[in-house]
Ligand binder design. Sequence first.
Ligand SMILES: [Fe+2]
Ligand SMILES: [Fe+2]
Length: 184
Amino acid sequence: MNGIALMVEEHVLIKRMLTVLRKASYKAILTSEVNYDDFAEMIDFVRSYADHHHHGKEEHFLFSEMVKHGGPAAEKLVNHGMMVEHDLGRLHMAELEKALLLHREGNAESVVDIVANAVSYTHLLHRHIDKEDQVVYPFAERALDKGLIESINTSCEAFEKEQEIKGVAQKYMAMVEKFESKYI
Ligand SMILES: [Fe+2]
Ligand SMILES: [Fe+2]
């Protein structure tokens, strides 16, 4: 398995969900109604697929090797760039969840925070993914030797096997398709 190629592929599905998040936000503005169940599912996608399934592989298998073996430039790129952005994404999801709760309790103005956090997350992730596809992954492929790339691939393969048993990729692919036909 080529772990980096798989991560590039996963970016495509994540970007499709980013489009859904934006469309759902626009619908909330137009209708002044918030579909709490749909937003909860989108948060679940971000946390379980984009974060645990995808960022998990990046952080535990790829970025950790880049920091250890890629020199100071890789360390800076990962620790002061990619990891910070992963954390900022988590903050946007926590704030989105809070705003949804407030809105549900009758605070109509919280729609501003729902849209702000959902759309800010999409901006953040689009830029983050483009940086990884164009800069970070190619850097890793150049900086890490063949043996390290092989061990990253092996780790990814073992993790994917566990995730496959749980049906993670299929579940979230189906979720994206469902929301695309509803919101796009
Ligand atoms: Fe990332
Ligand atoms: Fe990524």
